[in-house]
Design a binder for this molecule. Sequence first.
Ligand code: CA
Length: 379
Amino acid sequence: MVTECEHKQLRKKRPFNDFQGRAHPRRSKMAAIMNRSGWSSSSVVRQFLFPSINYIKKQLILAVLVLLTHLCLGNNDYELDEFLKREFSLTKPYQGVGSSSFSHWDLMGTAMITPECVRLTPDMQSRQGAVWSRLPCYLRDWELRVQFKIHGQGKKNLNGDGMAIWLTKERMQHGPVFGNMNHFTGLAVFVDTYPNEDKQHERVFPYISAMVGNGSLAYDHDRDGRPTELGGCNALVRNSNHDTFLLIRYMHNTLTVMTDIDGKQEWKECLEVPGVRMPTGYYFGASSATGDLSDNHDLISMKLYQLSAERSPDEEEEAISLPSVDNRAQYTVDVEEPGMSGVTLFFTILFSIIGLFVLGVVGVVLYGRWQDNRRKRFY
Ligand SMILES: [Ca+2]
């Protein structure tokens, strides 16, 4: 679980211009308070030379706030070493993306740049689009924050298929997994907006899930990837009035996925999987696909932060050649075979009852005849 302290801190970590370039609310509030209080530079000097009770009170409150913030930060050692890696980040105005040789990103399929986003697919049938980093990433511990928007004309469950965020050995491949190849090698986080398997199932869509592929594992699109998923959560991100964010953190071999989709500017945990072993030198990417049903799948930004984690000398030397998950079996979902439909079940029971009744009648008749025969033999 994410502590309240961590929530506050994660909120703090987000740069001021993350939310549609608006000024940070706290900053504006401070300016408003200063204006209301009539604080000019000369009044500040006056306050400093002849401090009033109010001024001393304010300074004390400020000192307490600074102390609390410091204590809060002390609980999260990764915070201090966080560092934005621009070469693996994709942000507005997406200069040269897909066209310039200076850009670190390639576009493929229907993906296109607009002033507001990288549109992976438009709200049209049978489209596939992706954006891939040109550079392999050799960071061992990192955090990726993704802002995205999924929207379209379709009514509930008449839209599809969703999008995926990747860190894989392969790049720029077409295929059936949200526009990328199947049997991929690496990490995938899916935002699946269409329930392929069972429309009546208890699972609410859109659904976010994670998978680690080793080149031979297959993502089963018809079952929404349930047999291979490592965890997940539902996330009502479609046609949302709020900005929608996804956080993927890989640190100390633990994969964590969080969401910020309610407009509260707080991260909510979606899944956490320890024992995930990922090689380095893989490529970040995002892809999307539409089928009979469609949506606009917009990627607004991907920001990669380097994290630092202390390691033992053994861990430092550990060479990982293929992605894997410790005790993968524990995540295996026992997907039940589709049960009988209501009509089939009704007729099965009906015919069973009729069958039993007929058998009973035949039994009674035969018994009656046997009794008659027995009586005849005695006379
Ligand atoms: Ca699906």
